[in-house]
Write a protein that binds this ligand. Structure first.
Ligand code: CAA
Ligand code: NAP
Length: 247
């Protein structure tokens, strides 16, 4: 297979870590982009090395800030060359029933989970088109498909991710650049572990498979979408939710 350069945002979080590992296992060179305020990048890098992943390139940047994305991508390209695969994975929750949601909680989620796609994709998509090969993989959510009480901000952003994916896929298809979204259900990561235990249990009870997804089940799908064999798949939303929701 051809070795490509992949950049993963939110790389040091639960799903991001698994995405980095699965892309590395598929033979790609991986740039792990992390939040500048994350205080344990060395610890993460050490844990990865202990797990056999020795050559991740780590670059800091805030995906909600356009200038930060310009700088992070430039640093990554200077270190490893052009980005062939972009995984827009960084995301946050600020759950509140809408009646109690504050503007700051709305804006934080829209900036981090949706505006980030503009900020990051803008740095790489035209260059991918010029080179005639590219993969853009956007992490949406089952809650962007169905709407979740307590998540008007998050569901709106994640539904926006799907619209962005479909529109950009149409623009870039002729250039051999694919753009796809993955819609995970509830995955065992810090984001989900922050839900109150009794609320989380009631959510798991509604999942036909009666469990959370493993991060590597999302990482594996990313590796597939990044591969050459996935070259005819674009504009799609891949649901990986244990049967929680059917479109
Ligand atoms: N549907 C409708 N109403 C609901 C409801 C629901 N599912 N859950 C609670 N309510 C109502 C309550 O009855 C209550 O009504 P009253 O004020 O009239 O009594 C009101 O909403 C407030 O409920 P709470 O007291 O429970 O409010 P809270 O502030 O303690 O909690 C919440 C609100 C934080 C949103 C909490 O319900 C929650 O965590 N829900 C889960 C949200 C969720 O699924 N988040 C996913 C996070 S992980 C993720 O996002 C990853 C992914 O992509 C899958
Ligand atoms: P996570 O463990 O909390 O990881 C999220 C990562 O994003 C963290 O590393 C976080 O860094 C980073 N991040 C947050 N804001 C950022 C910013 N402004 N700039 C750069 N990085 C930022 O959560 P996760 O579960 O792995 O989630 C990854 C993605 O999957 C998110 O988009 C999420 O919405 C989506 N998703 C998750 C689930 C699930 O059930 N877990 C389901 C569907 C979709 P810091 O922690 O340092 O801020």
């Amino acid at each position: 297979m051809t070795q490509r350069v992949a950049l993963v945002t939110g790389a040091m979080g639960g799903i991001g870590t698994a995405v980095c590992q699965e892309l590395a296992k598929a033979g790609h060179k991986v740039v792990a982009a992390y939040h500048p305020e994350f205080d344990k990048p060395e610890e993460w890098t050490k844990a990865m090395a202990e797990a056999g992943f020795n050559d991740f390139i780590c670059v800091a940047g805030d995906v909600s800030d356009y200038d930060s994305c310009v700088a992070l991508t430039a640093e990554a390209e200077a270190k490893v060359g052009p980005i062939d695969i972009l995984v827009n994975n960084a995301g946050i929750t600020r759950d509140k029933m809408f009646a109690r949601m504050e503007l700051a909680q709305w804006n934080a989620v829209i900036s981090t989970n949706l505006n980030s796609l503009f900020n990051m994709t803008k740095q790489v998509s035209s260059k991918m088109a010029e080179r005639g090969w590219g993969r853009i993989i956007n992490i949406s959510s089952v809650n962007g498909l169905r709407g979740q009480a307590g998540q008007t901000n998050y569901s709106a952003a994640k539904a926006g991710v799907i619209g962005f994916t479909k529109a950009l896929a149409a623009e870039l298809a002729a250039k051999n650049v694919t753009v796809n979204a993955i819609c995970p259900g509830y995955v065992a990561t810090p984001m989900v572990m922050a839900i109150k235990p009794e609320v989380l249990q009631s959510i798991i009870d509604t999942v036909p498979m009666k469990r959370l997804a493993k991060p590597e089940e999302i990482g594996g799908a990313c590796a597939y979408l990044a591969s050459d064999i996935a070259g005819f798949m674009t504009g799609s939303t891949m649901n990986i939710c244990g049967g929680l929701y059917y479109q």
